[in-house]
Write a protein that binds this ligand. Structure first.
Ligand code: KG4
Ligand code: ZN
Length: 346
């Protein structure tokens, strides 16, 4: 009999549900993106939790229907426990608890960052350990070493803006829309990455941390008092130069960590993992180190519930289930994920 786990994700502005079969394949994956944030150029937490309340029930129903399963067929219900926006997490966790109670099935609380890092496994990737995992999204930029499932050390992170946040903020400065990453990625394709000399902060520092706020300020200075619409080649050149600065910074830190720790692979996850330049540059960089680089297919890069169901299935196999006392946690540090590296760094 196939094992079936329902995954639920509500940590930010995507309401998502998925059914995972045998801890490896998504039988369904439904994502209801909240259009309400677009006009604000960023996620508005209060609006996000309200939208989750409206969207979650229908989204779960659709995920079950598309997988041709009922609640009774499920082996467990997995839900994002954190990190994320507290008000959004509360909606998902409360819903999952009620569902687990109604269906009399175990509940599994999943770490969103851990799920991003293992998302490549949804494509069938067999990832060798130890590996360097990078979670690169709108809210996160973390570099970890994974010695196996559940065994992680955090080695580096952003000191200010997350990588995806930098894309979003620069897109907003340019009047391009939200989320900015895919738009800048597309516009950059026709541009000259050497047209503007933008900073690569901390690229030579001996640690594994990054910083993107200075880059954003540098882009603001380039824009000056130009107002949209921007000349086409100027825009393409600026997008390409900005993208190159982010990509080269990430590449330097990820590959240094891989080299220093003797990693057998690098694994990228999160919305920014969909970036075409990052995929190309890191792919070549890992090849020079003689190790593979794994990127999830684009649908598994951005927030989805399949990655939550996947990690939830593996936790279920290990008996790592929770009771009705499961609480959402907003910060990664409080999830017992960051502690070893913080200790190692001090
Ligand atoms: O993982 P995700 O869906 O949500 C969070 O957990 O934050 O990531 C969304 C982020 C946004 O900041 C978005 O601009 C960025 O990922 N993103 C990209 C690309 N696609 C999405 N950034 C750069 N290049 C892309 N192609
Ligand atoms: Zn995410």
């Amino acid at each position: 009999m196939a094992s079936l786990v329902l995954g639920i994700e509500t940590s930010c502005d995507d309401t998502a549900a998925a059914v995972i079969e045998d801890g490896r394949r998504a039988r369904s994956s439904v994502i209801a993106s909240q259009a309400v944030h677009r006009e604000f150029g960023g996620v508005v937490p209060e609006l996000a939790s309200r939208a989750h309340l409206d969207l979650l029930g229908p989204t779960v129903d659709r995920a079950l229907a598309e997988a041709h399963v009922g609640l009774d067929d499920l082996d467990a219900i997995a839900v994002t426990r954190g990190p994320g926006l507290l008000g959004s997490l509360v909606v998902g966790v409360a819903y999952a608890k009620a569902l687990a109670l109604a269906a009399d099935r175990p509940l599994v609380g999943v770490n969103h960052i851990e799920a991003h890092i293992w998302a490549s496994a949804l494509d069938g990737a067999e990832i060798p350990t130890p590996f360097v995992g990078a979670a690169l999204s709108g809210g996160h930029t973390e570099f970890i070493v994974a010695r196996g499932f559940g065994d992680y050390t955090l080695w580096g992170q952003t000191r200010d803006d997350a990588a995806g946040e930098a894309f979003d903020k620069v897109a907003k400065l340019l009047g391009l829309g939200f989320p900015g990453g895919p738009i800048i990625d597309r516009l950059a394709a026709g541009g000259d990455a050497r047209a503007f000399d933008l900073p690569r902060a901390m690229i030579g520092s001996g640690d594994y941390d990054v910083s993107f706020s200075g880059l954003k300020t540098a882009v603001r200075q380039v824009i000056g008092d130009r107002t949209p619409p921007h000349p086409e080649t100027w825009l393409a050149d600026l997008c390409a130069s900005f993208r190159a600065a982010v990509v080269e910074t990430l590449e330097a830190k990820i590959l240094r960590l891989a080299r220093d720790t003797g990693a057998a692979a690098v694994v990228i996850g999160g919305g920014v993992a969909a970036n075409r330049e990052l995929r190309a540059v890191l792919g070549r960089g890992a090849e020079r180190l003689g190790i593979p680089a794994f990127f999830p297919s684009p649908v598994w890069c951005t927030d989805n519930a399949a990655m939550i169901g996947l990690v939830g299935s593996w936790m279920l196999e290990r008996g790592q289930t929770s009771g009705p006392d499961l609480e959402p946690v907003a910060n990664l540090e409080e999830m017992g994920f960051a502690a070893p590296a913080l200790a190692a760094a001090s």
